[in-house]
Structure formats: structure tokens, C-alpha cells
Design a protein around this ligand. Sequence first.
Ligand SMILES: [Zn+2]
Length: 71
Amino acid sequence: MAKEKMRTVKRLGAGYGLKPRRRLNEIEGGYLGRLQKCSECGAQKVKRIEAGIWKCQKCNRKFASNAYRVI
Ligand SMILES: [Zn+2]
């Protein structure tokens, strides 16, 4: 739904530029708080520790990736 996305963007108002807006959309898009898939063991148990750092709770592998999701 395009209208849903626009609500997030509009809330920020003008003057923030495109980059932070897009980032907020990514965060609010649900990437945070959702377990990601581990590229090593394939388990859906990868949790974000901090921006860009992810850790698999199954094989304990820690790796750097995109700040808000595993790529
Ligand atoms: Zn793993």
C-alpha cells in the first residue's frame, strides 16, 4: 500500500532529506525485531546486536552486514 508508506515519510515533515526518510522506512518496515536468516547454518535465528552487527543464536557466528537487515 503506497499510502501506508507515505504516512511515515510525511510525519517527518520537510527538510530531512531523502536518506533518513528512506532509512526510517526500512526500520519501520519491520526489519528490526525480526529474526533474520543465518547465511552460515541457514537457521532463522540471527539477531541484530547493534547497527550492522548480527549474531546467529544457533551457531554463534557474529558477522557484519547491513545496519537494518542481513543481506
Ligand atoms: Zn547460524
